[in-house]
Design a protein around this ligand. Structure first.
Ligand code: VGL
Ligand code: ZN
Length: 224
């Protein structure tokens, strides 16, 4: 992999937004789709959100919000198990099937209790269409419908987005890539994210693709 280049000394301004992706119980240890060490990033995410608010920047939370019949769940495909490879014809589901997770109005779909949700200006829910997954905070995987995140960011004249949360190789990655396609300057907060690495190699692929695309990497300690 080409070496990741980290930006140093970033000064937060009013046209910046911190996008905190899917910091929900089901993605943290003890949840149904746990990301290893997913809980260890919460404190530093809170501190970073605090810094953004102090600098009059924007903080957005995304929330994975599925119905029980969502087709990304292995349980809705007879004979399939979580982790099995599966891609629907239109690419709307896949490349693997997941355990049931983030079912609307269940404990697992709630934001982790340690996350300071009061610092958020906006919550964007995604994944409500049972036939199409939505890894990106901006739009569904089939690219046919948006979540409202772009409209919201544009209404606040946001130019740079800083992506953190869970999971590095799925929702954070897709959010960052869509953000780039939608003409934001995208920064990936590497120390404030963790990945599932399913299938094997997906963390490396995600980092490599972002690097090639022009997404910048940043450490939360680099904010001035
Ligand atoms: C996610 C898999 C399925 C994520 C959401 O938040 O990264 N991953 N749904
Ligand atoms: Zn999901």
């Amino acid at each position: 992999m080409d070496q990741l280049i980290f930006e140093k000394e970033i000064k937060i301004n009013t046209r910046d937004a911190l996008i905190i992706v899917d910091m929900q119980y089901d993605f943290t240890p003890g949840g149904s789709l746990p990301v290893e060490e997913g809980d260890l990033i919460i404190e530093d995410i809170n501190q970073t959100a605090n810094l953004f608010k102090k600098n009059k920047a924007t903080v957005v939370l995304t929330q994975d919000w599925h119905s029980q019949n969502h087709l990304s769940f292995a349980s809705n495909h007879p004979g399939k198990s979580p982790g099995d490879e599966f891609t629907s014809e239109d690419g709307a589901i896949g490349p693997v099937l997941w355990p049931d997770h983030c079912v609307q109005n269940t404990k697992g779909a709630e934001f982790h209790n340690d996350l300071k949700i009061d610092l958020a200006d906006k919550v964007i829910q995604k994944g409500m269409n049972p036939n199409v997954d939505s890894y990106s905070g901006f739009r569904d995987n089939d690219k046919n419908s948006e979540t409202g995140l772009r409209d919201y960011l544009n209404s606040k004249r946001i130019r740079r987005i800083f992506v953190c949360g869970l999971a590095l190789d799925y929702c954070c990655y897709y959010t960052a890539m869509d953000g780039f396609e939608f003409d934001y300057r995208v920064y990936f907060l590497v120390d404030l994210t963790r990945g599932v690495n399913l299938p094997e190699g997906s963390i490396k692929n995600a980092l490599e693709n972002m690097n090639k695309t022009g997404i910048k990497f940043v450490n939360s300690k680099s904010f001035k």
